[in-house]
Design a protein around this ligand. Sequence first.
Ligand SMILES: [Zn+2]
Length: 322
Amino acid sequence: MLKKLASLSFLILFMGCKNTPTHPIETLTLEQVQNQINPSETQKILFTLASDSMMGRDSQSGGYFKAAEFVTDYFQANNITPFYPDYQDTLSTKGVKTYNLVGQIGTYDPQKKTILIGAHLDHVGIRGSEGDTIYNGANDNATGSTAVLQVGSFLAQFEWDQNIVLALFADEEKGLRGAYHLAQRFKDENIKPDYMINFEMIGKTLTTGANQVYMTGYNYSNMPEVINTISPNFVQFLSEAKELNLFRRSDNYAFFQELETPAFTLSSFDFKNFDFYHRAGDEAEKMEVENMNQIITTAALTIAKMMYQKTEIQMEPASVEE
Ligand SMILES: [Zn+2]
């Protein structure tokens, strides 16, 4: 009888352990994320942002504002709330007003750490007068914008101890103007993201393999190591990125320069896998949506785990090249 009681209490104890709720992120698998971020939704967003009706997403042509409206509706439908009124952070380039779109998950709390996820939404618009004049900018950067929307809506399902800010930048193609505007505004408002992950051109498969990206400024911080510990081989080093100092050529750089935020771009455009960079032929039909969706899925899982683990990202300032 005693023995039986002992084993019964053991059973109850065991069951008690089993029923202890674990945090959903703790046990989250890539497969589970894949069930939520599906390729057809990725394709739908990408094809919308890169469609001819968006006229190359330049503020001058007005196509940018149509894309911005789409993003606003998407944010609203996916529990991503405005960080600034109507999500808009307004700037003006050569007399033309435009705005970054800035959303958040939850409500901003200055006591908490802040993670920034970004991509530029704009492209170069319409050029020339013969043949295809619409520079759709599918790879550059409807793909990265799609990643921010998909990763954002995935993260918005959970409660977080950190602030998550999502930014779609205007006027990147005019000299990172949108990103600089937001970085300077953050500085004025005493907002300093603890790290930033930026997405640029993830529509083609990296030459080294499927479901891989390279990181600009690869050896400037512990971020590649952190990411690859969670998702092995996901982040690569690309020698061209170092030679051309791509670290300084996308929106991430503004946040490093203004705020010393460890800020990096993930990309799969490696100069060998796409011939239409800044050409009218940068169109949605040429994108490899399955691989792109894998990249987005892996990024979503990785960011979720980094946030759950409260990972610290540190720059190694001595390694940053001028
Ligand atoms: Zn770009």
